[in-house]
Design a protein around this ligand. Structure first.
Ligand code: PA5
Length: 458
């Protein structure tokens, strides 16, 4: 695994005032960092942070691989139904670690693996058009919900089950796999009652920290991702991301830089991969960062209304959409680039006779161009006093992506410590869910309907 963090362009030496971070400011965080580190390690030992140990669970890995192979042999389409943490990590890793056009390739070029669809919305047009593509006999739905009661996923499940049963009768059960809490929730009850194939999400692992559980591992294994290597990369990062010294630990260091930047007014945190494969990592990270750190109340009970706003951008595409704003707009952003050294293939620009203005490009390559554009954007931001840092992967491999996911998860936990909030809850999301239940007349939520009507004047 090779992931390097270069934060030179976050420092006052490079970007000056008002955004630059001084060595003293970083140094001042080393002591609070020690306290947060000890707290995290203690909670890990007590079994309260089981996500730390997911990369080492060989039993789950072997059983998921076996089930993945078996399911892959029984369908042409494997369809994930889920939302938020039950979908975004899988989407990101599928895009990163399978050919970009996996679903368009013929079976032989997909290594005989099924197509993978991840349906994470209840847009009737989107869901309906996906169903139109599918044949019941060749489809397996994988319904994923930690709580087992999320309304969007429940409704998708209702439609999928009916669609299967209408076509297959009692055989619908063979076409539905469940991933949920090991013991509680209505989805677990359903799986037991109907004797459906199921996997467990370890109890203490929350949705957005669950991509390295069967939530991500099973669909990825079905689609042909090397989940052994993915977990090996995460395991390797565990050693670096649990070092106690802030400056030795890339997860703590990046969290500290982000938090210091936030304190200087950079309330928007942009993640900008220069890689089509890594595009949706920024989407997954957006949820991880927003739901974990955007909080009204601090751990000590005070009102803080804190949290960076994560923004995803794609290089080079968004150089022609967003970068003008990053370069000259308000001093409220910190940019993290994801750079790649080896894209796995390259395209050389051939000569173009008669087009002299293109001569300077002839013989150069697309890798050279995309890397030059990333470095040029970083340099231009720096010269405009805009904080930016770069995480460089030598390749977009399962090891590196596993390491990156692990790094970002620990970074988020540690940033929660620095902000003084609980990164593992999401009371704001729960509030929105309750209004929806009220509007959809779920028994027990009548008061939410009344509150809604009082807000909209109904
Ligand atoms: O990170 C989280 O906890 C949330 O985003 C959940 O993943 C999301 O709300 C879906 O919940 P569930 O998996 O219970 O259906």
């Amino acid at each position: 695994m090779s992931i390097r963090l270069d934060y030179t362009n976050m420092l006052a030496d490079a970007i000056g005032e008002p955004c630059g971070i001084s060595p003293n400011e970083l140094d001042a965080l080393r002591k609070p960092a020690q306290a947060i580190h000890q707290d995290l390690m203690q909670r890990r030992e007590q079994g309260l942070l089981p996500f730390y140990d997911l990369p080492f669970d060989r039993v789950v890995l072997e059983s998921v691989k076996q089930l993945g192979d078996q399911l892959a042999g029984r369908c042409s389409h494997f369809v994930v139904l889920g939302i938020g943490g039950s979908a975004l990590g899988t989407l990101a890793l599928f895009r990163a670690l399978r050919p970009l056009y996996h679903n368009l390739l013929p079976a032989v070029e997909r290594d005989g693996r099924p197509r993978l669809l991840i349906l994470d919305n209840v847009d009737p047009a989107g869901f309906g058009e996906a169903l139109d593509l599918l044949t019941p006999d060749e489809t397996i739905f994988c319904v994923i919900s930690k709580s087992g009661s999320t309304v969007e996923t429940s409704c998708q499940l209702m439609i999928a089950r009916h669609w299967l049963e209408t076509a297959l009768g009692d055989r619908w059960r063979d076409h539905l796999v469940v991933i949920t809490d090991p013991e509680s929730g209505s989805l677990r009850e359903l799986a037991e009652r109907e004797q459906l194939t199921s996997c467990a999400i370890p109890s203490g692992v929350g949705g957005r920290f669950s991509v390295l559980t069967p939530v991500g591992l099973l669909p990825l294994a079905v689609a042909g991702v090397d989940i052994d290597a993915l977990l090996a990369g995460a395991a390797e990062m565990e050693e670096r991301a649990t070092r106690s010294d802030l400056l030795e630990n890339p997860a703590y260091l990046n969290a500290a830089l982000q938090v210091l930047s936030y304190r200087k007014g950079q309330h928007i945190s942009v993640l900008m991969p220069y890689s089509d494969r890594l595009r949706d990592i920024a989407d997954w990270y957006r949820q991880l960062w927003a739901e974990s750190l955007g909080k009204r109340t601090a751990l000590d009970g005070s009102r803080v209304h804190v949290g960076p706003t994560p923004v995803k951008a794609l290089g080079t595409t968004d150089q022609h959409s967003q970068v003008q704003l990053y370069m000259e707009g308000p001093f409220d952003k910190v940019v993290t680039f994801l750079a790649v050294e080896d894209y796995g293939r390259d395209l050389v620009f051939p000569a173009f006779p008669g087009a002299g203005h293109l001569d300077y490009l002839s013989g150069r390559s697309m890798t050279e161009l995309i890397q030059a554009e990333q470095q040029a954007t970083a340099a231009a931001l720096t010269s405009n006093g805009r904080p930016n840092c770069t995480l460089t992967l030598d390749r977009v491999s399962p090891q590196n992506v596993g390491g990156l996911v692990y790094l970002f998860e620990v970074q988020t936990l540690f940033a929660g410590g620095l902000f003084g909030v609980d990164p593992l809850d999401q009371p704001g999301v729960e509030e929105g869910k309750k209004y929806t239940y009220g509007l959809m007349d779920r028994p027990g939520f009548e008061d939410m309907k009344q509150r809604f009507e009082s807000i909209v004047g109904g």
